[in-house]
Design a protein around this ligand. Sequence first.
Ligand code: AQP
Length: 327
Amino acid sequence: MKRVLSGIQPSGNLTLGNYIGAMKNFVKLQHDHECYFMVVDLHAITVPQEPAALREQTEAVAALFIAAGIDPSKASVFLQSHVPAHAELGWIMTTLVYMGELERMTQFKDKASGKESVGAGLFTYPALMAADILLYNADLVPVGDDQKQHLEITRDLAQRFNSRFGDHFVVPEPYIPKVGARIMSLDDASKKMSKSNPNPGSSIALLDEPDVIRKKISRAVTDSGREVKYDPANKPEVSNLMTIYSHCADISIADIEARYEGQGYGPFKKDLAEAVVGALEPLQQRYKDIRASGELTRILRQGAEQAGEIANRTVREAKQKMGFVLP
Ligand code: AQP
């Protein structure tokens, strides 16, 4: 069975982008792959986090994994910081990656732009991400296409380590869904929908109340036309809303175009809001049940044990190959 690894940062309230671009695929993959899904709390602190918020968001992301349909008896769900091998191999990867490679990362440029002081961890983030993946010798890494560049560095680092110290790491393949790989902001279709965007109107949070969702969609930016047509180059806002509709209502883009032909944006947006509310309702109910059940601690402990077994072995063997004296 092929092994799959992916993670989400507890750096804000998860959005529809995280759900469509990442979690929906996690749920599909768990049936015929050996899956490891983690809350990457060590990554979240590459930008400042308020301790109480970090704690709450970490538990919320873990609970949302389960609420979205990840079954802890099929997939290991855990917190990155519960498996210290991540930090250890992360350091090793930091020593292997080149400054020039890190300087080319668009995510770093985006997140650092306009900030007066930026932590070094934000810059070396791809080294830790490479460690996350390589620790499990993952074959497939399901991510949104915004993470493609980081995946390429991971592949380069695996090859670099293997050629310097002998074959050890599997070179992973990205797994990027074709439609909905990138959901864009509701207020600016040139930016991806992001959980750390300070404007709440830019995204739909998975835990938003129905009326909040309706309001956000009614205010979502469109163009001055009235044609519901999928044309990302010329109608990026409407095309983004159609992608969201297609995922939430499980209908094709062609069917959406046919359904709203000649009707303008009003009825389309109204139905889109109901499709999103309907898609999120069962997830929100399950989320409440999981948080109330107190089950999360046990699930995360079990996940960390399963993950730690593989991760500890991988880092030990890597250190041995590099010439570390093992205890
Ligand atoms: N807008 C998006 N469309 C599709 N997929 C997306 N992902 C994130 N945003 C979109 C996917 O969600 C997973 C989790 O990513 P992450 O938490 O590690 O960080 P990120 O990619 O930087 O996501 P955010 O929401 O934008 O977080 P912040 O604001 O904290 O940086 C990844 O698989 C990602 O591709």
